[in-house]
Design a protein around this ligand. Sequence first.
Ligand code: BGC
Ligand code: CA
Length: 346
Amino acid sequence: MSGKKYCLQASYLLAVIILAVCIQLLCACGKEETDRAEMICVGVAVYNQSDTFLGEMVSCLKESLHDYEEKGVELTMVLRDAAGSQRKQDEQVKELIDAGCNVLCVNLVDRSTPSDIIDLARENDIPLIFFNREPVAEDIMQWDRIYYVGAPAEQSGIMQGELAAALIQSKPQIDRNKDGKIQYVVLEGEPGHQDAIIRTENAVEALRSSGIELEKLSSGIANWSRAQAENRMLQMISQHQHKIELVLANNDDMALGAIDAYDKLNYTETALPVFFGIDGTDTGMEAVIEKKLSGTVYNDKEGQAEAIARLIAALVLGERMEDIKFENERYIYVPYRKVELGTGDF
Ligand code: BGC
Ligand code: CA
């Protein structure tokens, strides 16, 4: 073979290789283009939209998703309310999938039975983000496209206890009967919810470790509800009358229900206990400003909604997954903040 002929053949081969590489690169770019332009259809299933915190959280989620739309992402959100029925929610998730949703955000009714929803998502290969009502770790680990976005329950309890301890230390008159102990009652959220027992235990522990002597008079389950809390509180007042000095409620709505009970009975301000909630809902914040509620702990719904929206973009568009900080690979916990009058927090 002559040198010239060899050289020609080699440059021909090189040209073919370069052309093949270019075609491949072009295809890859084209593919990225189509992925990037994919429409996002978010299916959101909530346990009960009449829950105050959840209602506000859904509004925040709409806003965060709307921000992505403004950045040019084509996005729709379909919302379903299970009104407290897990069977209904399972059906609704099926409908969301049939409607073409390509990512699911689920606020479980019963956080101990997510398996049907997990199976549906997995069979259809649709990523699944649980929020606010946390399934156990074994369920999250059932499939590698399951995530959880929420807040660290212990922290909210500790903060509530610290807020109460600081107030009690600065206002000795809270110990109305001057026995050196604070007589308290607890209004508890739904049994089995990760935020109920853990908040109570940590609030009481934080008070004790701040050196406050406590005497528990009573506790009542009010399932996060203002109306149920009012009833429970009326019962506890009839049992203990003026003895109650502190009311610890697992959320703001129940703290507000307790205040409603005292309002109904026309208690004068000096005969009232002090009340603490958790959430920082709109009405909760107003009650802090009006000094009816001594303090609350902000359950950062904007932060959680933003985290969900960012995760959705990462899962569907492949956008900046590496920037998201996970705990235990697939959990995002957004921290709480203390809210009391004078912290400048609102
Ligand atoms: C909130 C409650 C709410 C519950 C619903 C909790 O994190 O503090 O106000 O009712 O979630 O799951
Ligand atoms: Ca006392």
